[in-house]
Design a protein around this ligand. Sequence first.
Ligand SMILES: [Zn+2]
Length: 246
Amino acid sequence: MGNCFLLSYGMLHVVKNMILGFEQLLYPEFCPACGKESPPMGAKICYYCEAVLAYTDHHKVRENGFYKRLCGRLPFEAAGALLYFSKGNRTQNIIHAIKYRDKKKLAVEMGRVHGSLLAKSPHFRGLDMILPVPLHYKKKRIRGYNQSAKYAKGISKVLGIPYSDKILVRRHFTETQTRKTRSERFRNVDTVFDVKKPERLNGMHILVVDDVLTTGATLEACGRAILTKAENVRLSFATLAMAKRF
Ligand SMILES: [Zn+2]
């Protein structure tokens, strides 16, 4: 009886995969960046978009636009975004797919792309740990995952250093930041983040990871929480995208 159950469960699995395969043939997944072409087998983005995405090349220049946005606000080593974000561009489409269309694997894949560039960079050396900016549990419950943690996972795989979404945590809920003015956003994030068992981070070079850099207030607040709680740490920052204007 037990074997019979296992067999039928196995069969169900096969049938489910066959249906998914047919679905893919009937309704091919379009590239999330352009919405037109189909990505090649095993890829998440089409060849054309991969070539023309708005890469920042921040990994090549220490004092890049990202670095300048945070400079003087807290001590850190290096900072960089993978892509520029502007209204209606391919980056915005990718971010939208990651945040609202359940494209978890796309977030991991983009993290891998960024990780391979960071591995070549002379500025992001000696990283020990990757910490994603935590999502509030209410948002996580709605979305089912933290997109920044998925991005961190992709970077972690390529660089071969661990990431954890259990160390840097949120204290309490802040209302959706998008409707607030810039100064309100700055005030709002100051007491939001906390570090669990901060002694685990002592002496480490930590990469704090988020999906989009706008004012830098969120990364600054995360960085401050880490610097306050842990001893002898160095910080660097990486995001999938950076808004040139906000
Ligand atoms: Zn495309």
